[in-house]
Ligand binder design. Structure first.
Ligand code: HEM
Length: 371
């Protein structure tokens, strides 16, 4: 496994802001997406796109941007019309599929596109801060949609502190408490960022204007048989079932679980979380699989003194606090909204899980291994 990722966290070092020549029609449609969606012009606009693009010369960061743009346009096409169709037209499907093969994850909007590769610093002369993040691509746009993503990005940005310090302590076996104390400081910062979600993301707006566009086609009553990617030979005309975008595709929490020795007994959410790794960038997926193996085989061999065990338990308590707040958000932003709204009232997450029960179970399991 490439442990070095833990030094910099899961945000890519280079984020492409514009594709090179040849992709002008895609860039333009993506930029105009909020208005195209408001005017219900998505079908017409997609039909005018060039059928297939040459992606052979794109760098990794350009491929990520291409994946982001095709994913936004693909989801706008699926969920931005009054009547849902189960065919993605060839103008989107062919190139989207080609890019997905190069990036080794399915042709669907994933967290890596929605959050990790979708921001820049608003004012480069000012330090990083939640308010200094500028989200590049939107569906409808607006402060609630931006803020929902900004909170995720700010958490990912801070996470490099906790991840790099836990790497030094556990993986490099520098069993010095200072690393754990720095990690504790970092997870507390993460929790204070998490607490800020309601400041500018309103539950009603999230439920009705943000969330509808990020659903996938698996376990979704709107697409019971999945979706056909027109003209993609490898799929042979067969419908595909892929999960939607969700924070469960962030690598932070699974990495923390593995490093801190938190385990979850089998349940549908755990199976789903394992499946979520297929939607993560390949290096993140490989790192998490390597960390799990380390956690199962090497972690208990470490000679950790009692004082350090206490700090590790404090760290686990903070992950518990994170999951507790997260469960509150799942309740307030989705469950309670579903009781008062007629729209998209199926009570599964955007990733497609019956989440309330299992998020709570994972919260209860976030306890020290020897408890
Ligand atoms: C309004 C805010 C949020 C809501 C309503 C929400 C909702 C959900 C839901 C419903 C799930 C279950 C899986 C699914 O079907 O999608 C989930 C999973 C998850 N989300 Fe969020 N989420 C929010 C914010 C965040 C943030 C800011 C993060 C930070 C990266 C995050 C990280 C996760 C993780 C790690 C899981 C997997 C569950 C676990 O390991 O305990 N979420 N989320």
């Amino acid at each position: 496994m490439n442990q070095d990722i833990l030094n910099s966290g899961f945000i890519p070092e280079v984020i492409c802001e514009q594709l090179p020549g040849g992709f002008e029609d895609i860039e333009l449609l993506a930029e105009e997406l909020p208005k195209v969606l408001a005017n219900e012009q998505i079908t017409d606009r997609v039909s005018k796109l060039e059928i297939e693009k040459d992606i052979s010369k794109l760098s990794l960061s350009e491929l990520e941007r291409a994946m982001l743009l095709y994913s936004y346009i693909g989801h706008a096409y699926m969920w931005g019309k009054s009547k849902v169709e189960n065919v993605i037209p060839i103008q989107i499907s062919k190139t989207w599929y080609e890019i997905s093969q190069k990036l080794d994850r399915p042709p669907i909007l994933s967290y890596a596109s929605y959050a990790l590769n979708n921001w820049k610093i608003a004012d480069p002369d000012k330090p990083f801060d939640v308010e200094n993040i500028s989200i590049m691509q939107n569906f409808l746009g607006g402060v609630d949609e931006d803020w929902f993503i900004m909170i995720h990005v700010a958490i990912e940005y801070e996470a490099k502190e906790i991840l790099s310090n836990l790497k030094s302590y556990f993986l490099e076996k520098n069993l010095d408490q200072s690393y754990l104390l720095k990690a504790l400081d970092s997870i507390r910062k993460i929790n204070s960022i998490m607490n800020r979600m309601p400041e500018k993301c309103d539950p009603f707006i999230y439920y009705n204007r943000v969330r509808p566009y990020i659903f996938g086609w698996k376990n979704n009553p709107a697409t019971p048989d999945g979706v056909i990617y027109e003209g993609v030979d490898a799929y042979n005309g067969k419908s595909q079932l892929f999960r939607g975008e969700t924070g469960a595709q962030s690598s932070i929490v699974p990495a923390l679980d593995a490093l801190l020795g938190v385990t979850h007994s089998n349940d549908p959410l755990r199976e789903y979380l394992d499946e979520m790794r297929l939607y993560m960038p390949k290096e993140h997926r490989e790192l998490l699989n390597g960390l799990d193996e380390w956690s199962n085989n090497e972690r208990t061999k470490l000679n950790i003194n009692e004082e350090s065990v206490e700090i590790i338990n404090e760290l686990i308590k903070e992950v518990h606090t994170f999951r507790d707040k997260h469960l509150e958000y799942a309740r307030v932003y989705i469950y309670e909204q579903s009781l008062t709204n007629n729209s998209n009232s199926n009570i599964v997450g955007t990733g497609g899980t019956p989440f309330m029960k299992y998020l709570d179970k994972h919260l209860q399991e976030t306890v020290p291994a020897n408890d």
